[in-house]
Design a protein around this ligand. Structure first.
Ligand code: AP5
Length: 213
């Protein structure tokens, strides 16, 4: 099973990727998480990416494409994978096509999670994340058992720098201009499955699984 999760910031890609990863026992690969880990480790890639991410802009294609290439050739991707947050531009989608060709892999589907801007803003403003295991929470919709502490690993939760109002606004604009052309791109290839993201997490998950049968 090889899947792409597409959708605006905060539409629930990471939340659904984690459920699908468990269901199909395949890795979930989030370019956002890899970049944040690289920033935390003060690696060269992270240092280059940070200024773009903080202001809600996209990291240059060549950096992200190289990063995904080195991840997809790992043995744990042989049985399948879920790409969360990649591709995000037509250039990235074309690069992914040639990489998949060269590896002899084909995509099962591109899940496009649809959500209105008002809901996105509400979700991102309340999101909290675990620094250690990347588990995603929401102060109202998916709160941890103890406020501010990860249920799984006990680490303190934090709010992402790009979940502040100005950066959210910019991310929505960037999504509209640079990423929505991918909806047409994958529709033309007969791979697109559109999903209403304004429902409960479990209901959305079950809908995706049903549409993949
Ligand atoms: P990235 O980390 O990928 O951010 P994003 O795409 O903006 O998506 P998010 O992680 O914000 O949201 P999500 O859709 O995963 O939603 P989530 O499940 O967390 O990228 C960050 C930055 O990295 C980019 O801006 C860019 O700079 C750079 N980058 C990354 N990939 C790149 C690429 N390919 N090219 C170039 N640059 C790249 O859910 C959000 C909140 O809602 C959570 O609090 C959650 O608990 C809650 N929630 C989820 N589902 C529901 C539900 N059904 N009902 C109620 N609440 C829900």
């Amino acid at each position: 099973m090889r899947l792409i999760l597409l959708g605006p910031p905060g539409s629930g890609k990471g939340t659904q990727a984690s459920l699908l990863s468990e269901k199909y026992d395949i890795p979930s690969i989030s370019t956002g998480d890899i970049l944040r880990q690289s920033i935390e480790a003060q690696e060269e890639l992270g240092l280059k990416a940070k200024k773009y991410m903080d202001e809600g802009a996209l990291v240059p294609d060549e950096l992200v494409i190289a990063m995904v290439k080195s991840r997809l050739i790992k043995p744990d991707c042989e049985r399948g994978f879920i790409l969360d947050g990649f591709p995000r531009t037509v250039a990235q989608a074309e690069a992914l096509d040639s990489l998949l060709n060269s590896l002899g892999y084909s995509l099962r589907a591109v899940i496009n999670i649809d959500l209105k801007d008002e809901v996105v803003i509400e979700r991102l403003s309340g999101r909290r994340m675990c620094k250690r295991c990347n588990r995603i929470y929401h102060v109202v919709y998916l709160p941890p058992k103890t406020t501010g502490i990860c249920d799984d690993c006990g680490e303190t939760l934090y709010q992402r720098d790009d979940d502040k109002p100005e950066a959210i606004k910019k991310r929505l604009q960037v999504y509209m201009v640079q990423t929505t052309p991918l909806i047409h791109y994958y529709q033309e290839k007969g791979k697109l499955i559109s999903i209403n993201g304004d429902r409960e997490v479990k209901v959305i998950h079950e809908d995706i699984v049903k549409r993949l049968v």
